[in-house]
Unconditional design. Structure first.
Length: 288
């Protein structure tokens, strides 16, 4: 009777020990698997914010695919984070909604002509910059406009509420005849028809439009560098780990030649004179 009690007790202890060991082993394996999955995309998706309506930068094409310099940068960065192109979901993020999209977690990061400035840095964190753009003018190839003051008396087009147009009116050519429309596409159409003499916004945006097949050879950039626009990749405020990873990816993109290749492919047809790739964390200020 005594022997039976000892045997039963020993068996119970043995079962409990085996159960605990098995549970501990499963937990360790799950943690390892989860970590590896997170580091390599895990077969999931990553949502990235871009523009849908900016040729040369971020454009959704009729067949549903995407093209442009920002798209190329975002695709390269996402790959360095562990995601293949078919794991990327591009989400349209209009200028007015970029900060909210990051705060809500709608996207992991945003590459959408997103100029770094002090006001925006209060709400989001930035990786980069990855491109130094400038406010400029797009004019016809045979135009005699060569400096900002040549716009006095000329018809200048930009989108409604554009700070670029107001900058020209206030500081460069106060007698320019400003026409404001709802989209840059309208401005470009007006430039082609002769309804306006020049279009103003960032040179990268202008180069993108001018690089479209239907406009090749018809327009040129004036090359005036009226402002400095440091394009960065927006990340949710406080997500420093992602910022660090993106910065490393951008450095790799420059060093292996992919950055310049993307610049040439997207802006080359407009004879875009790009600046050298900016140094990570170095912001070029506007002249005071």
């Amino acid at each position: 009777m005594k022997l039976r009690k000892v045997t039963a007790a020993s068996a119970a202890v043995l079962v409990l020990a085996l159960t605990a060991t098995a549970c501990g082993g499963d937990s360790k394996d799950d943690d390892t698997s989860s970590s590896a999955s997170a580091g390599s995309g895990g077969g999931g998706k990553i949502k990235v914010g871009i523009k849908y309506d900016q040729p040369g930068l971020g454009l959704k094409k009729p067949d549903g695919s995407f093209a442009g310099f920002d798209v190329d940068v975002a695709t390269y960065v996402a790959k360095q984070l562990g995601y293949q192109p078919d794991q990327i979901e591009f989400v349209e993020t209009k200028s007015a909604d970029r900060e909210n999209a990051l705060a809500r977690g709608d996207v992991k990061f945003i590459a959408a002509t997103y100029s770094i400035n002090d006001e925006r840095k209060k709400k989001v964190d930035f990786a980069g910059p990855y491109l130094l753009a400038h406010q400029d003018l797009l004019i016809k190839s045979d135009s005699d406009i060569s400096k900002g003051t040549d716009l006095n008396g000329k018809k200048l087009c930009s989108v409604t509420g554009s700070t670029s147009a107001q900058n020209v009116k206030k500081t460069i050519a106060p007698d320019a005849k400003l026409k404001q429309v709802s989209s840059y596409s309208e401005c470009i159409a007006g430039l082609q028809s002769g309804a306006v003499d020049a279009v103003t916004t960032d040179d990268s945006i202008l180069a993108g439009f001018a690089s479209q097949d239907q406009y090749k050879g018809k327009f040129k950039l004036a090359g005036l560098k009226l402002s400095n626009e440091n394009y960065g990749i927006g990340v949710k405020k406080g997500d420093t780990a992602t910022v660090d990873k993106i910065n490393k990816a951008l450095e790799q993109m420059v060093s292996d030649g992919s950055w310049q290749k993307a610049v040439d492919a997207n802006f080359g047809p407009a004879d875009y004179k790009n600046e050298q790739a900016p140094k990570i964390g170095v912001i070029v200020p506007n002249a005071s």
